[in-house]
Design a protein around this ligand. Structure first.
Ligand SMILES: NC(=O)c1ccc[n+]([C@@H]2O[C@H](COP(=O)([O-])OP(=O)(O)OC[C@H]3O[C@@H](n4cnc5c(N)ncnc54)[C@H](OP(=O)(O)O)[C@@H]3O)[C@@H](O)[C@H]2O)c1
Length: 186
């Protein structure tokens, strides 16, 4: 069975975006980017909330983004190769290939997707992921803790969810980011 993985680049105080909605402080440096690329390479399907999808589309629709470096081109190519499901009640059409819209998050459908998938599945951003956490569907959390405190904003992890976690990997980067990989316990 495929794993459902939640990944986020988060501030030390647990936010993916600051009170003004900015997350420029979360942009990975080359060392982190190379690590992210290798971590994401096996992902077969991305489950996106509409807002995260709107941030990510540029990896297919904006050639200038991929053109910035070989690392960014590599990420663009692996992202374009994966399937995407966008959850939204408002989005009328998608602007990327291998992409479909779902109007509601159905835990049973995601359970079946996990059972049938041959490659791991990722879920993001936090609002959509909260539904997956609440349904007990998340198998792994991968957090890139960035050395900044932003004092509020969009939480990386949902309220009212309690999870026992097992730390299965960690890595420290020269720029001060720490990657923590946790498996959810039964
Ligand atoms: N730290 C970083 O590296 C980083 C990177 C990228 C983005 N970000 C930040 O993260 C934010 C995205 O996360 P987010 O939590 O705000 O949003 P999100 O989870 O990506 O998207 C929320 C939207 O998804 C749809 N949705 C959620 N649950 C649904 C359900 N059960 N059924 C149907 N549709 C559902 C809704 O779209 P509709 O309103 O269309 O119905 C909802 O408004 C970005 O806006 C950005 O600020 C941070």
């Amino acid at each position: 069975m495929a794993k459902l993985i939640y990944s986020a680049i988060t501030s030390l105080d647990g936010y993916v975006a600051d009170p003004d909605g900015n997350f420029d402080w979360a942009v990975p440096d080359d060392e982190v980017h190379a690590f992210v690329n290798d971590l994401e390479r096996p992902t077969g399907t991305y489950l996106y909330g509409r807002r995260m999808y709107e941030v990510m589309v540029g990896w297919e629709t904006d050639p200038a983004l991929a053109g910035q470096s070989s690392l960014m081109r590599d990420f663009a190519e692996l992202w374009q190769a994966a399937e995407k499901i966008v959850y939204s009640t408002t989005l009328e059409q998608v602007s990327t290939t291998r992409t479909r819209i779902e109007r509601a998050f159905d835990p049973e459908a995601v359970r079946q997707l996990k059972a049938a998938a041959r490659a791991d599945i990722a879920v993001g951003g936090p609002e959509l992921a909260a539904h997956a956490f609440q349904a007990g569907l998340v198998d792994e959390c991968r957090l890139f803790v960035t050395p900044i405190v932003v004092g509020g904003g969009k939480q990386s992890l949902p309220d009212e969810v309690r999870l026992e976690l097992e730390l299965v990997d960690e890595r420290r980067f020269a720029g001060g980011v720490v990657h923590l990989r946790y498996r959810t316990s039964i």
